[in-house]
Ligand binder design. Structure first.
Ligand code: A3P
Length: 352
């Protein structure tokens, strides 16, 4: 289930290389000695989690216990390469879509669109989500087999990642109106929420979100971190918006390809390659595929948490918040957005 496409084959009968396993990093747990991870967690402020019981405040961001472990491993073991390209996003802002677009763009000379791996694997399998996959193979996942450029996805905030990674690799960041991100996240996390816990009511999730408390949050600090870095180093960080991509997917895809160092040639544009990739990766196309409709595809986050591909597709629209938020709730998020983004030059939703 959590295997990644090794793009050397030309058909859907690709041979995925497993980089996951059920092994855990809890070697010390067997001896009942607190691990470094457990010792750290015990010192951190905690709050209510959306999926699991708690999230922990680590260097200004609310993280689940699993991803704190992942972050520690990234800092200790990940060896960035100058050709690596990261897809970064706050949860529910377009990771699935961008994963498909980046994979299809990077590998456009390897596959035919009619017989493309994305059609039978789904975007989640296109490349690793590093936050948790770093520990799926004990002791640390080996990413050396990935083709160059290696593509990775992360939800970690800019300020949490190792400096070596930030200075070496390129980052594509995708952001979205926080109101839509909130509604999407509540749906998604409600599905994943442990059945041992009481459901997270919409109104409670709203309060938590506004207070910045949700996995990888606060939303606004997350967006601002990447935004400011993209302003300082536009060659290293490309900042995209979900709404722009919905409005002009071809324009945004061309920007993306150029940033990745793989600009479309005039010949490719004449042949309609840009349109083909947009069509392949569209919500309508991907969400309709068997593999994304409960047909066995999914992403393994941890030994216990596996998310089916279908749960990454809901409506794929801009402005669905209108069906969930009262005028007062909308106003409050908009005001937080306005205050947080003040003087940054970043606009989200309709808020400048
Ligand atoms: P909604 O819940 O608003 O429908 P992520 O991929 O970061 O988890 O974000 C998921 C959101 O992106 C969901 O939003 C999902 O429906 C939407 N999405 C998934 N694939 C998409 C695609 N190919 N094009 C546009 N939106 C997509």
């Amino acid at each position: 289930m959590s295997t990644y496409v090794v793009p050397d084959q030309n058909t859907c009968n690709y041979h995925p290389t497993s980089i996951n396993g059920d092994n855990q990093t809890h070697q010390t747990d067997q001896h009942h000695q607190p691990s470094l991870h457990e010792t750290l967690l015990a010192t951190l402020p905690k709050n209510k989690g959306w999926r699991s019981e708690n999230v922990f405040l680590y260097k200004g961001f609310w993280l689940s216990s699993e991803v704190i472990k992942g972050l520690m491993l990234i800092h200790n073991h990940f060896k960035p390469q100058p050709t690596d390209i990261f897809l970064a996003a706050f949860m529910k802002c377009g990771t699935t879509w961008l994963k498909a677009l980046m994979f299809a763009t990077a590998n456009r000379h390897r596959y035919k669109f009619s017989d493309h791996p994305l059609l039978c694997t789904g975007p989640q399998s296109a490349f690793p989500f590093i936050d948790t996959h770093i520990f799926l193979d004990y002791p640390v996942t080996n990413f050396d087999h990935l083709p160059v450029p290696r593509l990775f996805a992360t939800h970690f905030a800019h300020g949490l990642l190792p400096t070596s990674m930030l200075s070496t690799c390129k980052f594509v960041y995708v952001c979205r109106d926080p109101k839509d991100a909130f509604v999407s996240k509540w749906h998604f996390m409600s599905k994943l929420r442990s059945k041992e816990l009481t459901p997270l009511e919409f109104s409670e999730a709203y309060e938590l979100f506004c207070n910045g408390v949700s996995e990888y949050g606060p939303f606004w600090d997350h967006a601002l971190g990447y935004w400011k870095a993209s302003q300082e180093s536009p060659d290293k960080i490309l900042f995209l918006k979900y709404e722009d991509m919905k409005r002009s997917p071809e324009v945004e895809l061309k920007k993306l390809a150029a940033f990745m160092g793989m600009a479309f040639t005039a010949e490719e544009e004449d042949e309609g390659v840009v349109e083909e990739i947009v069509k392949l990766c569209s919500f309508e196309n991907l969400s309709g595929l068997t593999v994304n409709q409960g047909g066995g595809g999914g992403q393994k986050f941890t030994a216990k948490v596996v998310v089916e591909n279908k749960d990454f597709f809901r409506k794929g629209e801009v402005g669905d918040w209108k069906n969930y938020l009262t005028e007062e709730m909308k106003h409050r998020i908009d005001m937080i957005t306005r205050d947080k983004l003040k003087d940054s030059g970043l606009t989200l939703g309709l808020i400048k």
